[in-house]
Design a protein around this ligand. Structure first.
Ligand SMILES: [Zn+2]
Length: 106
């Protein structure tokens, strides 16, 4: 399956607890079909004090979302859009299915 979401994309969450929120993609895990989005699906973790964190306590970390639950946001359409794949100058690029603008910097 071709990836519709890449690292550093702005995506909209389409389903689940965080539905409607937008954030930047921090990482994509294609094998697991999961994606990590900045400030979305935060999970509280209790930590013990260690060298990096003198006090310990509760830290918030992003939890992964399923790839199918996020859609890239097109800057031109200003909303979540479907993605088409196209070859441009021998490079695979993703274009917005709505306005046909490339979503990748060429
Ligand atoms: Zn568009």
């Amino acid at each position: 399956m071709a990836k519709h979401v890449k690292k550093n994309d702005l995506v909209r969450v389409m389903a689940g607890r965080e539905k409607g929120k937008e954030g930047k993609v921090l990482a994509v895990f294609p094998q697991r079909e999961r994606v990590l989005v900045e400030k979305i699906n935060l999970i509280k973790r209790h930590t013990r004090p260690n060298e990096q964190n003198q006090q310990g306590g509760i830290i918030e970390k992003e939890g992964t979302l399923h790839l199918s639950n996020v859609m890239p946001v097109c800057g031109k359409c200003q909303g979540p859009v479907r993605v088409r794949h196209q070859v441009l100058d021998n490079k695979k690029v993703r274009i917005c299915a709505k306005c046909k603008e490339p979503l990748d910097k060429v």
